[in-house]
Structure formats: C-alpha cells, structure tokens
Design a protein around this ligand. Sequence first.
Ligand SMILES: [Zn+2]
Length: 293
Amino acid sequence: MPASKYDAIPLLPANRAPLSPEYPWPNGNKAAVFLSFDVDAESAWTAKDPKNYERLVTVSYGGFEARVGVAKLLELLRQQELKATFFITGWSVEAHPAMCEAILKDGHEIGHHGFHHLLPDPGDPLIVDELEKGLDSLKRRLGVVPVGYRAPLGESCEELRVLLKQHGFLYSSSWRDDVRPYRHLLADNTPGIIELPVTMTYDDWMYGLTHRFSPRPLFPREHVLSIWNDELAETRDWGGLITTVLHPQVSGRPMRLKLLREFLDGVKTYGDVWITTGEEIAKHFAACEAKSA
Ligand SMILES: [Zn+2]
C-alpha cells in the first residue's frame, strides 16, 4: 500500500496552547468587546487577482472605504465616544494616506493587516514580504509601530506566528478556537504572542456584501442584530470576549451603519461590557499573566 499524504499529519492537536485562563475583566466588567475593523480598501479585491485593479467597478467596492465608509464610521465612533482598532493593509496606507491619518488623528489603534492582503499560506515566501512591507508603510506613512496583527483572509501558520513574535507584536487576532484571550504556544514549546480570538458571527462581510464573483444573500438588520445580540448575551454570561471583524466597505454603508449603532447602543445598556481596542485587552491579559506568575 502506498503511504498516504495524510500519514504526515501529526496525531496531536494543531493548537497546543493551554486552556485560556479566566482572568477577571477590569473595573468589574463581566465581558469585553474588542471593536475592530479591517481596512482592506481595494486590496481586498486586488489580492484575489492583480488585474482587478483595472476592473474598475469591482475595485470600487473597496474604494467606498476612502470615499465614504471610514469617515462615517469615525463619525459614529466619535458620537459613541469609543476607541477601536483598525487593521490596515500597507497598500491602503500608501494609496489612501489621508483616510489613515484621519483614523490615527481620532486616537484609534492601528494594527497590521498585511500589505497586499495576501493569504499567509504555509511555506509561501511572500509571508515575510507582506509582514515587512506592511510594517514599513505603517511606520513611514503614519509613524506607527503596530502591536496588533490580523491575518488577511483569516489564515495563519507556524512561520507567521514565529515572525510576529520576532517582530515584537503583542497580539494576533485571527484564530477561531476560543471565547477568551490566550497565549500561543509555538511548535518549539516557547510562548508565542497573545491571541484575541474572533468568530465569524461578527464578520459583517458574511451578511452585508455581495458581488458577482462571490454572490451572497444580504441579511436584513433584524436577522443580524438577532445573531449579534444572542451571541453577546451568552458570551457575557460566560465572561468572555467578543471580537468584531467589520469592514468599512460593508459597515460604512447606510443601513449597516445604523445596525452597528443599534448594536453598540445595546452593548452599552448592559453597563458591564468593556468595549475597547485590542491593545488594551492584550495589555490587560499580559498584566494578569504577570501577576499570576
Ligand atoms: Zn481583510
């Protein structure tokens, strides 16, 4: 019998980090919402095919972010008196410096989201390039050295985890396997960076964006609010963390903005859910970890 390629799969869990510690949230809060946005702009579309840059209607989905979406979201966050994290691709920083400066000026956290929004596939030499070029754009254009990273297209791998640690990142926000922050354990058994896990429940792309290449049904406000509020209520009971993955080309649209406003109003009515940036949550985790060591 020929050896199967599946024989190479280790008989071990892929994520060998210990279970997440149940550190209390600060100031008597029962749960936390990591309010975050992925600013892909046109790179969401050119990552799939560079030629999409010439398909002007296709890339115009992304162009909405700089023309309308980001400004509307910043206005909402000012009204709500909230700070959020914006994970921005290097390409977006280079092509839309004014949009990114506006985010920075409002005091939000800026995180790394690749350069061309390329999927970090194991063994791909572009992983290093994407990370380094993204860092260079954030530093040169905005003077920012990010502490947070979100993997483009929601994928990651061991070499990227190692690179993030080497580059001094504090946290990643890409994994889907928990409802609380935890610290990665690298394959060599050394501690990695902190993970602020996400769930597709709060990825607005799933409900609010359709395109001829990726047609999806659009979900009305009532359905999305029902999903978001149920997940929030239960996560709060569990004392967990909710991480949003919102895109200005979706949530910056008129009815989606209304939906987000209503959701945030709802979170606030609990009075004991901490809405904040990834940096604040990761720093809180690190402080609890140091105290319990
Ligand atoms: Zn993205």
